[in-house]
Design a protein around this ligand. Structure first.
Ligand SMILES: [Fe+2]
Ligand SMILES: [Fe+2]
Length: 154
């Protein structure tokens, strides 16, 4: 089914956000593994896989709309030198995602593609949850102090 070109461009822009997030989470996950923070490693690794599922969904939708998925575009990746910075940069990336999906949902409605809108709404709910998860960890760090928090992450 031929989709609206503006919407296809929007989906490709969201795809670039997701591909960037996958890489950022993957590096953060491996950094935590090398520091011996197994729980954080698993947490970030799982997150990278979720973002990959989002990328897959977007690629599938772009193809269905007879567009060309662009997988060679990445945004700037922000790697945190410590866990607190990693969480800060991941929070920023998730905020970009939430903003992007909200814009995409609005556009999908405007061009009358409500199936795409529903797909984007599902992903947006995930991104909302990601922000919640990051803020939970940041709250714990604030309450326990970073060294105590890290001692719970082996
Ligand atoms: Fe995502
Ligand atoms: Fe996310």
């Amino acid at each position: 089914m031929k989709g609206n070109q503006d919407l296809i461009n929007m989906l490709n822009s969201l795809l670039a956000d997701e591909l960037t997030a996958i890489n950022q989470y993957m590096v953060h996950s491996e950094m935590c593994a090398s520091w011996g923070y197994g729980k954080l490693h698993e947490h970030f690794e799982k997150r990278a896989i979720t973002e990959m599922k989002h990328a897959e969904t977007l690629i599938g939708r772009i193809l269905f709309l007879e567009g060309i998925p662009i997988v060679s575009e990445l945004r700037k990746i922000h790697i945190g030198a410590d866990v607190a910075k990693q969480l800060q940069y991941d929070h920023e990336a998730e905020e970009v995602a939430v903003k992007g999906y909200n814009t995409g949902i609005k556009l999908a409605g405007e061009v009358g593609d409500f199936a795409t809108r529903e797909i984007l709404e599902h992903i947006l709910a995930d991104e909302d949850g990601h922000i919640d998860g990051i803020e939970t960890l940041q709250d714990q760090i604030g309450q326990m102090t970073l060294p105590v928090f890290l001692s719970t992450q082996n």
